[in-house]
Design a protein around this ligand. Structure first.
Ligand SMILES: Cc1ncc(COP(=O)(O)O)c(C=O)c1O
Length: 292
């Protein structure tokens, strides 16, 4: 695998990341996952924009070293060098090399930038065909006044990893997380939607979820199909009694959810609205995107 590492393209095995990298020492970094469909990078500009916004909010000086256009080009070039038509890109930017917490000591230093491209199937085929079983995990989302969820920071994901671990313990395909107040928030790497009487509902971003790029695409596609879409606070009761439910994410794509905490959702199979959205989403991923 060829990767982009701090300005150079190289074999992944030859990259030497410092043992004092702040990303390694403290999870002090930001990241993105991006998909490639049929030789086009899906929503590249949106992902790079979110990456730069996360870095800016975290005072990681990414914008002093790259413009978004230059960054887009490095992402595209990494994919080209790996000769991938379909796949998954991972972009990681850390504060750089240095021991100690104080970001002041990083003045004048460069962030660490890594771009890799390979393939990824997040869930088994059966989850897409038959729908997935989800459990609500005991672990709550960090409050938005602790780590702002809109910053896609590497450190925040220890919470998500732990939530996934809990879901695995129950033998479920995915774990659903609630806010500290008990409202439905998101899964470990996906946003959640429910469908009630033909309308699409999803929790609002301000409760502390990641404003997913796939979430936005699904809302746009649903509206294009004439559906009403609403961002609304919801409790588990709403999900248990939904006609249909689905999860969205770059790695996950769009997945039907047919069971939550032992309750069957709808008739327990992927519903007609979900299937229509999945079909449209797959078409859409091939229509838009930045060509390699
Ligand atoms: C916690 C969380 N929520 C939602 C999402 C979905 O976001 P996106 O569609 O931008 O990949 C992700 C995936 O990155 C995630 O990690």
């Amino acid at each position: 695998m060829i990767i982009f590492y701090n300005g150079d393209y190289m074999n992944a095995d030859d990259a030497k990341v410092s043992i004092f990298d702040h990303g390694l020492l403290y999870g002090d970094g930001v990241f993105e996952g991006i998909r490639i469909y049929g030789g086009k990078v899906f929503k590249l500009r949106e992902h790079v924009e979110r990456l730069f916004a996360s870095a800016h909010a975290f005072l990681i000086p990414l914008e002093q070293h790259y413009t978004p256009d230059q960054f887009n080009e490095h992402v595209l070039e990494t994919v080209r060098r790996n000769e991938l038509e379909d796949g998954y890109i991972r972009v990681t930017v850390t504060r750089g090399v240095g021991l100690g917490l104080d970001p002041k000591s990083f003045e004048g230093r460069e962030p660490t930038v890594i771009i890799s491209a390979s393939t990824l199937s997040l869930y088994p085929r059966s989850c897409y065909e038959e729908g997935m079983e989800v459990v609500t995990v005991a672990l709550r989302l960090p409050r938005p006044d602790a780590i702002d969820p809109r910053i896609k920071s590497t450190g925040k994901y220890i919470n998500n990893i732990w939530a996934k671990f809990l879901a695995n313990q129950y033998g479920a395909d995915e774990g659903l997380m609630l806010t500290a107040d008990g409202y439905v928030a998101e899964a470990t790497g996906d946003n959640i939607f429910i469908i009630e009487k033909g309308r699409l509902y999803t929790p609002p971003v301000y409760i502390g979820i990641l404003p997913g790029i796939t979430r936005q695409a699904v809302m746009d596609l649903a509206r294009e199909q004439g559906m009403e879409v609403e961002e609304r606070m919801m409790t588990l009761f709403d999900v248990y009694n939904a006609d249909e439910a689905l999860l969205t994410g770059t790695a996950a794509e769009v997945v039907p959810m047919v069971k939550l905490d032992g309750r069957t959702l709808g008739d327990g199979t992927p519903g007609p609205v979900t299937k229509r959205l999945i079909e449209r989403f797959h078409q859409y991923t091939r229509e838009v995107g930045i060509p390699l």
